[in-house]
Design a protein around this ligand. Structure first.
Ligand SMILES: *[C@@H]1O[C@H](CO)[C@@H](O)[C@H](O)[C@H]1NC(C)=O
Ligand SMILES: *[C@@H]1O[C@H](CO)[C@@H](O)[C@H](O)[C@H]1NC(C)=O
Ligand SMILES: *[C@@H]1O[C@H](CO)[C@@H](O)[C@H](O)[C@H]1NC(C)=O
Ligand SMILES: *[C@@H]1O[C@H](CO)[C@@H](O)[C@H](O)[C@H]1NC(C)=O
Ligand SMILES: *[C@@H]1O[C@H](CO)[C@@H](O)[C@H](O)[C@H]1NC(C)=O
Ligand SMILES: *[C@@H]1O[C@H](CO)[C@@H](O)[C@H](O)[C@H]1NC(C)=O
Ligand SMILES: *[C@@H]1O[C@H](CO)[C@@H](O)[C@H](O)[C@H]1NC(C)=O
Ligand SMILES: *[C@@H]1O[C@H](CO)[C@@H](O)[C@H](O)[C@H]1NC(C)=O
Length: 469
């Protein structure tokens, strides 16, 4: 395995002193020498990047990267860098001299130490910061707000404690924020509502308390949002999630949220997963306006009233769990028509009347009903008593024009979404256009520099290394 520090030391020596040219001359011919010079110019003068991602490189990250003043990209993600202890992220302070740094990705390594204050001194050009899946401790510093051009920040799966600094509201370019699986506490700051471009917000598996900030409704581009597995309480403020027309995934599960949900709880026509289980919600089950909905998890609350007949028109439904609530009335027979439904859990409610026989109700392992009051009928394998003939089936009428209009609208939104995704990925691509001129790849105990021009002196770099060893 290559020792990263050694490689880097070599590379930087190679780039910043005259020595390598002697080496190059000694080891190669004129063509190689010119190509090496070109590489040096690229790294020192031109827009340049270092990408050694997705290797098995161990060791520490050198703290003389500041010598590469024009460094734009540093991608060391998915390696085994760091000791998991103090000192691993000291290289941040040297990066303050890299005033053009735009992308810094170090996720999935073994980098430890306290979240560096010197993050505040990184280039204001930085638009991508990925530090997730490391061993970083300490708190996110207020100074993070200096990085005003960040559009993507991921600090997930670390050991961060303390609160989200309120200054986060200054990162107005932010589109994706991932802080899940840390030990963060305190309230979700209301300044999060300043991040109006946000489309992904993942705060699950922390210890956040308090309520959901009403300002969140300003984030109208929100597509995926997860607050799951925290200690959030109080009712959901009016019109927060209803204000997100493009919401695709909403996960509020495993909190202590309470209150009745308004009928416009979600208005998105694109919602695919709604997961609000294991809270203290009560009142009626909210309307679902998305015909795309596949997953509905509402178990472990105190919902009451009946299962809406309208669920019978949500033809994408696959998994529905309404168990452990206080639902009463009959099982709407329309549910047997849902073509994709494979799992329906209605256990531990107060349901009565006839169990349908078709669709998911034909599948003994897909349909759970124990702990209800007076169910009857169903397929014989369920072992329920026969229904007395007063049970009315009460088929709801199908409002086909409404469905057609809803489909047209959702196709329109799907089209908008597709355009947005294409636009975003195009934007990202165009932002990344300068990407790496130097791509390093290690295999076994060799380092290879690949890519067109650099291919030529692949031999050279290896020679230098071997020579040094
Ligand atoms: C220079 O050396 C490389 C190998 O390092 C070789 O492929 C190339 O043909 C040589 N060029 C000349 C002009 O000798
Ligand atoms: C940054 O650059 C200054 C002057 O150009 C130099 O003195 C200093 O050592 C550099 N700092 C780092 C951390 O590279
Ligand atoms: C680093 O950032 C902090 C906080 O913004 C600031 O006080 C300090 O002067 C900065 N240091 C340098 C060397 O830029
Ligand atoms: C949350 O706090 C509890 C103690 O109150 C602790 O046991 C648990 O590990 C914490 N979880 C996280 C993810 O911080
Ligand atoms: C952020 O939002 C708060 C209210 O939530 C507001 O007072 C503040 O001016 C906003 N800051 C910026 C930089 O927009
Ligand atoms: C149905 O829900 C009950 C109560 O929440 C749970 O105990 C049971 O395991 C669930 N059944 C299935 C098949 O998921
Ligand atoms: C369940 O609903 C019934 C009315 O349908 C109500 O009387 C009862 O108090 C509810 N129980 C709980 C635990 O919410
Ligand atoms: C029956 O239900 C199980 C559990 O949800 C599911 O894995 C299986 O695909 C279902 N079978 C059919 C024929 O739908």
């Amino acid at each position: 395995m290559i020792n990263f520090l050694l490689c880097f030391a070599l590379l930087i020596t190679l780039l910043s002193s005259a020595l390598p040219f002697k080496l190059a001359l000694a080891l190669g011919n004129e063509t190689d020498r010119l190509a090496l010079l070109a590489l040096k110019d690229e790294l020192l003068l031109g827009g340049s990047g270092i990408d050694i991602s997705r290797n098995s490189i161990s060791g520490s990250v050198p703290n003389n990267l500041g010598n590469l003043k024009n460094l734009r990209l540093l991608n060391i993600e998915v390696n085994q860098l760091g000791s998991g202890k103090e000192g691993d992220v000291e290289f941040f302070s040297s990066l303050r001299n890299c005033s053009m740094l735009s992308v810094l990705s170090m996720h999935m390594n073994n980098l430890g130490g306290v979240f560096p204050d010197s993050v505040a001194n990184l280039s204001a050009q930085l638009y991508e910061l990925r530090m997730g899946f490391n061993q970083i401790t300490g708190s996110i510093t207020q100074g993070i707000s200096n990085l005003v051009n960040l559009y993507l920040m991921s600090l997930s799966e670390n050991f961060l404690v303390g609160e989200i600094p309120s200054s986060i509201g200054k990162l107005q370019s932010l589109e994706g924020l991932w802080l899940y699986s840390n030990f963060l506490t305190g309230e979700i700051p209301s300044t999060i509502g300043n991040l109006t471009r946000l489309y992904a917000l993942s705060l699950h598996t922390n210890n956040f308390t308090g309520g959901i900030p009403p300002t969140l409704q300003n984030c109208q581009n929100m597509r995926t949002l997860s607050f799951s597995d925290n200690k959030l309480s109080s009712p959901i403020p009016n019109q927060v999630f209803g204000a997100f027309p493009s919401l695709i995934i909403l996960d509020l599960s495993y909190n202590s949220l309470t209150g009745a949900l308004p009928s416009d709880f979600t208005t998105s026509k694109n919602l695919i997963e709604l997961t609000i289980n294991d809270n203290n919600f009560f009142g009626e089950i909210p309307m679902i306006q998305s015909l795309e909905i596949e997953v509905l998890k509402m178990q472990g609350n105190s919902f009451q009233g009946t299962i809406p007949q309208s669920f019978g028109s949500l033809r994408s439904l696959k998994f529905v769990d309404l168990s452990s609530n206080n639902l009463s009335g009959i099982i709407p027979p329309q549910l047997e028509k849902l073509p994709l439904l494979v799992s329906l859990n209605l256990s531990f409610n107060q349901l009565d009347g006839e169990v349908p026989k078709e669709g998911v109700f034909k599948n003994v392992s897909g349909f759970s009903f124990m702990g209800n009051r007076q169910l009857c009928g169903g397929i014989s394998e369920l072992g329920l008593p026969k229904c007395s003939n007063k049970e009315a089936k009460g088929k709801g009428k199908v409002l086909s024009t409404k469905i057609i209009i809803a489909m047209v609208i959702s196709i329109f939104f799907a089209f908008l979404l597709a355009v947005t995704i294409v636009f975003l990925s195009w934007r990202r691509k165009s932002k990344r256009a300068f990407l790496p001129v130097a791509l390093f790849e290690s295999s076994g105990d060799r380092m290879r520099i690949k890519d067109a021009i650099i291919e030529l002196h692949a031999t050279k770099a290896r020679l230098v290394l071997d020579w040094d060893l």
